[in-house]
Design a protein around this ligand. Sequence first.
Ligand code: NDP
Length: 417
Amino acid sequence: MTADFRHFYQKNWDERVAIVAEQAHLTPAEQALFKQYYVPQHHEIIENYLTDYPLPMGLAVNFVIDGINRIVPMVTEEPSVIAAASNGAKIMKRGGGITTTLNQREMIGQVVLEKVSDPAAVAAMVTKHASTLLTVANEAHPSLEKRGGGARRIRPRVLGQGYLSIDLFVDVQEAMGANMLNSMLEAVSKAIAVMTKQDSLMSILSNYATASLVKAACDIPVELLQAGRYSGELVAQKIASASMVAHIDPYRAATHNKGIMNGIDAVAIASGNDWRALESGAHAYAVKNGQYRGMSRWMTNGKILHGELEMPLPVGIVGGSIKINELAQLNQRLLGVKSAGDLERIMVAVGLAQNLAALRALVTTGIQQGHMHLQLKTLAMAAGATDDELSTVLQRLELAPQQDLATTQRIITELRQ
Ligand code: NDP
């Protein structure tokens, strides 16, 4: 029988659990899991709330960013991410640390007009009345201007096929700014409709945050990169080659950038930020010149390995769910951030450290060696190993010709005989 999900959003929590239990034939123990992670206040955050979904949080260490020692809380379900970030940061620390550059922090929003027969004329009209439109924007969210932020400029962009985008640049101060900007854009959209007599198709912020770029760079003496039988100079050359491959091949670039985002997303989640917004902006920026490329670049002169990562990172330290997320607030204290810009600098540095560790492993021992210990642990736990059995199972699994679920289950069965 299929349970009745009509008006699910109007049901109280007990009713919701009962409906889900009926639908999926849940046991009392399974239903208890919902209760275990249930936080009543979270009904206010999302719709149809059932329970929380816990993820592991750990601390990456060894970061020296712009001369400041930082510890970095990271939330991730993936083994090796935190170890790799800490490892990359340690090498960079020995080389003098990571420096960052942040010139501008503005969010961009769009009012898109459609069926514009003379886009150049409408664009000119918008430009002429830019200061009126900026005032309209600021009046829609006056507290921002009082804090020293607010709408800064307007840029009409002809998109072709009768579409015109009117881009609004806003200094959102310490917030990520999506909601604030959207309110401003809706007000601007109405004013533009009256002014230009054109249909507005939509108004929404853009996640392609090209006015919120931040850059991390490091210089590492090559001898610090030595790994096993590979000299530091050779490792540096190989890292530079790996970086070149990510520059010319989108297949490699996607994975190169996934590694960077391993670190950045983990800090985004730990600090209560919207990681989907960062992901979409990052990948859009990675294809800015028409081909999808690795976001970082590594080069060497034989003595120094120089690395750089520039990307949009529009994050906030207030607003969104941060105001009701105590752990996100605590993590901001662990990070020692006083502004959204501080957080951006840390996140881009984490991305570069993550990338260095991944590339160094890839071009030397391979990525699996570092990954394997925690992967095997996860495998052993998934196969049902108890705490007491874990270390023996891991020892036998490391020696086994195949390291898969069936082998792990066989090892556990043998152990219990
Ligand atoms: P909020 O709507 O929470 O706005 C920011 C809040 O922070 C405001 O209430 C503001 O107060 C307050 N604030 C306090 N101090 C400051 C300060 N120093 N600087 C700036 N603001 C301050 O959040 P955002 O506008 O930042 O929007 C972020 C949320 O929007 C995220 O949760 C994101 O997931 C979501 N979102 C994302 C979209 C996207 O990425 N495409 C689309 C839509 C939503 P006051 O009101 O007094 O100004």
